[in-house]
Design a protein around this ligand. Structure first.
Ligand SMILES: C=C(O[C@@H]1C=C(C(=O)O)C=C[C@H]1O)C(=O)O
Length: 347
């Protein structure tokens, strides 16, 4: 690592004035919080993770669920009431699981398992050391492209609308079919596409937006997703500028944005880096930023892991189903720890 940036302005200036060739790391959910961006000392593209012997696993236990599953369902009910009263149209509510391990968790081992299980997803591991603290990391594997820039071409792949995968192939296909036909999920998805359309219409020409979403799969979830692309009007806008403008979309925040941000701050408090953006940008302005979901923070001593999962709430959301959706989304991290049973038993 050659340099650390706590805010996007100084990273963008360093890329513009040529003192930095490339930056990588994570942007927070709330723009006013600290970023975790660095200029790496070396960059290696398209190389697979080196083969490694699996790390020794200790015993994991859930120390707490914040909020409790019942309280999360109550919060969903409260959000539905706010939506029905017209205060807002959609809001994304999240919860966290705090796990304790008897032996230090090896973050590279977790990344390795995430990537091996899902080659299509973007595995990430971000060093969260500051000048005062060393060692905590953010690890995850995100299926959602916030924004990608390659020359003038810009693309993104917003997701919203979810159903769990099933180990029974018939049930699994039925879940995908139900998701494709679910009015609630299609409406939830439309909020995101409408907002991305409005943001990109200002920034792009030749905007390509399919009429309806596709159903895409991760190992744990089905999602509605729409592949969107366009050509940038202003080639000076870097991938980092674009990420800053696009974030947070209603996939992780809500509609209208300010009302949803207020509701999330009141109900959940600070999200830190969860539901922010994670990626890279080079001095030519090219780069890729994924939405920071399906992730966990691992403490510096490796013994505590905090996993995050949320879901979009609209007028006809059901609290029990929304709770189950977050449980299914925790599966990405829990499967990589061979710990899926923990949360199933609990929730
Ligand atoms: C907020 C999360 O996921 C987001 C919410 C989704 C939904 O509400 O259906 C689907 C994909 C993501 O955009 C998460 O995984 O924590």
């Amino acid at each position: 690592m050659r340099r650390r940036f706590d805010d996007t302005d100084s990273a963008i200036s360093a890329l513009r004035d040529g003192t930095t060739r490339i930056i990588a790391g994570a942007l927070p959910f709330d723009h006013s919080n600290r970023c975790a961006l660095i200029e790496p000392s070396a960059v290696s593209r398209n190389s697979p993770l080196p083969g490694r012997t699996p790390a020794t696993r200790g015993t994991l236990r859930i120390r707490s669920s914040e909020p409790t599953p019942d309280e999360h369902a109550r919060r969903v009910g409260k959000a539905v009431a706010m939506i029905r009263s017209g205060e807002l149209e959609k809001v994304v509510l999240a919860r966290r699981l705090v796990l304790e391990s008897t032996v230090p968790i090896d973050p590279i081992d977790v990344l390795d398992r995430l990537v091996r299980r899902d080659h299509a997803s973007n595995g990430y591991l971000v060093d969260l050391s500051t000048s005062h603290t060393a060692g905590p990391v953010l690890v995850g594997s995100s299926p959602e492209v916030l924004i990608r820039r390659s020359g003038r071409t810009v693309s993104c792949f917003p997701l919203a609308g979810s159903a769990p995968r099933s180990s029974d192939p018939l049930k699994d296909r039925a879940h995908a079919r139900m998701l494709r036909g679910s009015g609630k999920d299609l409406r939830e998805h439309a909020f995101v596409v409408d907002s991305v359309r409005a943001a990109l219409a200002e920034l792009c020409v030749n905007l390509q937006i399919p009429a309806g979403p596709d159903v895409i799969a991760t190992p744990q979830m089905w999602h509605l997703g729409t592949a969107i692309s366009g050509e940038l009007r202003d080639p000076e806008l870097t991938a980092l500028d674009l990420a800053r403008q696009m974030h947070p979309t209603p996939a992780v925040c809500g509609t209208p944005r300010t009302a949803a941000q207020g509701a999330i701050a009141d109900i959940e408090g600070d999200r830190g880096l969860y539901a922010g953006a994670v990626g890279w940008c080079d001095a030519a302005g090219d780069g890729e930023w994924m939405v920071t979901i399906r992730c966990a923070e691992i403490s510096a001593d490796g013994r505590t892991l905090v996993a995050f999962a949320g879901g979009g709430i609209v007028a006809d959301s059901d609290p029990t189903q929304e709770l189950a959706e977050t449980t299914a989304k925790f599966g990405t991290i829990l499967d990589a720890l061979d710990a899926r049973g923990l949360e199933r038993r609990r929730a």
